[in-house]
Design a protein around this ligand. Structure first.
Ligand code: SAM
Length: 188
């Protein structure tokens, strides 16, 4: 069976992350991706988790404690402020789950300007063969503009430096989410 978007996102990260790596969850939400990253990089690794909503940071904190994960710095701030919090220069991988927090205020959404600013910073720091995963939900007001901004930016990335993949089920109804994966290539 073909992997669903979220499972494929984790599969792509698992293939490229190593124990001891530094990783970023740029949109913690309920903490599912943060927990996944924390387990994947292990106790020798480090995860930075960002969200602009206190309830998301709290939920993520609880999930990590329940699972005995202590290698995460949770940051109540916007993801384009990475430089203010992350000391390490090399990043193993990162994920964004765009849109709004389910069962929450649907007007608090990720926005093109800050999402693109964070993507640029992450790509600079990404290790060779490291991956940045974007899970793009776009069925809500504001979602289409963010989707277009991301597609426009990522499709113009220099193919000598990055491979960019789009993974999408094209016969699903209701603007189902799709995935963009960016992998940094070895400099030749
Ligand atoms: C789709 S949810 C994330 C779901 C999450 N990955 C999970 O596993 O539950 C999107 C999250 O992005 C957060 N968000 C919106 N703008 C943000 C920003 N500029 N920086 C960081 N987080 C942001 C929202 O508060 C929301 O919690």
């Amino acid at each position: 069976m073909l992997l669903n978007i979220l499972t494929y996102a984790h599969t792509l990260l698992k293939e490229s992350l190593e124990e001891g790596d530094v990783a970023i969850d740029a949109t913690c939400g309920n903490g599912n991706d943060t927990l996944f990253l924390s387990r994947t990089v292990g106790t020798a690794g480090k995860v930075y988790g960002f969200d602009i909503q206190a309830q998301a940071i709290q939920k993520t904190k609880e999930k990590l404690l329940e699972n005995d994960c202590h290698n995460v710095s949770l940051i109540l701030d916007s993801h384009e402020k990475i430089h203010s919090y992350m000391e390490e220069t090399i990043l193993g991988g990162a994920i964004f789950n765009l849109g709004y927090l389910p069962q929450s205020d649907k007007s608090i959404i990720t926005k093109p300007h800050s999402t693109l600013a964070a993507i640029r910073i992450i790509l600079e720091k990404l290790k060779t063969n490291g991956r940045l995963i974007l899970v793009i939900y776009y069925g809500h007001p504001g979602g289409e503009a963010e989707k277009e901004a991301i597609l426009s930016y990522t499709s113009e990335l220099d193919q000598k430096e990055y491979q960019v993949l789009r993974y999408q089920f094209i016969n699903q109804q209701n603007q189902a989410p799709f995935l963009i994966a960016i992998e940094k290539k070895k400099r030749s």
